[in-house]
Design a protein around this ligand. Structure first.
Ligand SMILES: [Zn+2]
Length: 451
């Protein structure tokens, strides 16, 4: 373990761009970076030729569901899929495990469930629900990185949504502890689309219309108002409605501590091309029309969206209603953690963006959001040796036998994508190489107190 070694290629992604360089890795960290080819006598010299060496991706929005719903997704399978996808750090959501992570006791059960199964680094969000306000201090003291709330039904009865007063309480607490408060932004209201989905349950268009942009826009407005009132670091997860962007821009121009993420599926798919019964595309808020999604791309390029994370949220075929194709009953969640890097690279290069931008939107900016930017999110001396070796020019097809997450249901199945993850290093250990896992249990638990 932890034998020092050198990692070299002609394309190492450093702060000034792609350059030939040699990284000396020792004790899980990047000990030195030397421009050019610089072997160290007596040490393994891993020469990656012209392949890209870049920081491992960080995914702050992942639903692992263990303990309690491990048949949906568990730490072993999710973190293997992450490693295969070049993700070296992920943050687990407080649902859909059972118990949900809303008390220190439940969090301890979750930590116990990770034993021997963390193949990448893993931190945890805590949940805020109406009946746990008294438990939050203890939950935060146990080491969760922030609090997550739903403004509408979460899909899991034991994780009910909170009201404005409850959110204010949670946000003031988050402000006191200087941690982010994450919100699923949909404020539901009676809407004719709900009834028409019942009449056309297998129609994607009817599903789309059952969760209108207005729900999201109102929720974004509410979060911005509470952000201004409390001064709490407020984070909008998975923004889908581009109509929410003007309010976001205005709030950020005022200097409010507001951050916003979106997901690959909102950028790379469009409602117009989703077939009926294709429940692998069901998520909430829904994937919207292309005209909307173009505005999300523009916002990402302009810096109005901070970063891109997966919201990986799988479910078994029966919960996903694979046979019926019923959008009104299917679990709303997309499995995609293994493919976010090639999916985004395929789309980004087509739009003229660089690997440096990809790395910023899928690693550096996420590290900053998490307060981990002194140790993760870039290749620099003293930083954690969380590294991916990537071939940006090769193409592959997503086939079922490649998929390492528990269920093979994903909207990316069958797609031809640019960019292959060749090797992944977690804390200086080679965990994935040449299409297979080769190092297990190398991930660390990331607690707030450790940062
Ligand atoms: Zn989610």
């Amino acid at each position: 373990m932890h034998t020092p070694f050198c990692l070299y290629s002609t394309q190492v992604l450093l702060e000034d761009g792609l350059t030939p360089a040699t990284l000396l890795i020792e004790a899980g960290k990047i000990k030195s970076i030397t421009k050019g080819k610089s072997p160290v006598k007596g040490l393994l010299f891993s020469d990656k030729g012209n392949k890209v060496i870049m920081p491992g991706l960080i995914d702050s929005h992942v639903h692992i569901n263990e303990p309690g719903r491990t048949d949906w997704e568990g730490f072993d399978t999710a973190t293997k899929a992450a490693a295969a996808g070049g993700i070296t750090t992920l943050i687990d959501m407080p649902l859909n495990s059972s118990p949900v992570t809303t008390t220190a006791k439940a969090f301890k059960e979750k930590l116990a469930a990770t034993k021997g199964k963390l193949h990448v680094n893993c931190g945890f969000w805590g949940g805020i629900v109406p009946d746990n306000l008294e438990d939050l201090e203890e939950l935060l003291a146990a080491g969760v990185l922030g609090l997550k709330a739903f403004l509408t039904h979460s899909g899991i009865d034991e994780f009910p949504n909170v009201n404005e007063a409850e959110m204010r309480t949670g946000m003031l607490l988050a402000k006191k502890h200087n941690i982010p408060f994450l919100a699923h932004c949909e404020l539901d209201a009676p809407h004719p689309g709900i009834e028409s989905l019942k009449e056309h349950p297998t129609s994607y268009v009817h599903y789309l219309h059952s969760r209108p942009k207005s729900w999201e826009n109102k929720a974004v407005d509410l979060m911005i108002r509470l952000c201004e009132e409390t001064g709490c670091k407020t984070h909008i997860v998975h923004l889908s409605s581009a109509e929410g962007l003007p309010a976001v821009r205005e709030a950020r121009a005022k200097g409010l501590p507001l951050t916003v993420e979106t997901c690959p599926h909102y950028l790379c798919f469009a409602a117009e091309t989703i077939p009926d019964r294709a429940i692998q595309f069901k998520c909430a808020p829904p994937i919207r029309e292309w005209e909307n999604n173009v505005l999300l791309w523009e916002a990402l390029a302009a810096g109005d969206l901070d970063f891109v994370v997966t919201d990986h949220s799988p479910a078994p075929p029966e919960v996903k209603q694979l046979d019926s194709g019923d959008f009104s009953k299917a679990w709303g969640g997309i499995a995609g953690i293994q493919f976010s890097l090639p999916v985004m690279w395929t789309a980004l290069r087509r739009r003229g963006h660089s690997l440096g931008e990809l790395s910023s939107w899928m690693s550096g900016a996420v590290a900053s959001f998490l307060g981990m930017d002194t140790c993760k999110g870039k290749l620099a001396v003293g930083y954690d040796a969380d590294i991916v070796v990537f071939d940006p020019d090769s193409v592959f097809r997503v086939e079922e036998d490649l998929i390492l997450h528990r269920h093979k249901i994903t909207p990316y199945l069958g797609m031809e994508l640019s960019g292959i993850v060749l090797s992944t290093y977690v804390n200086g250990e080679l965990v994935f190489d040449d299409g297979a896992m080769c190092g297990l249990d190398c991930g660390m638990v990331l607690l707030k107190t450790n940062n």
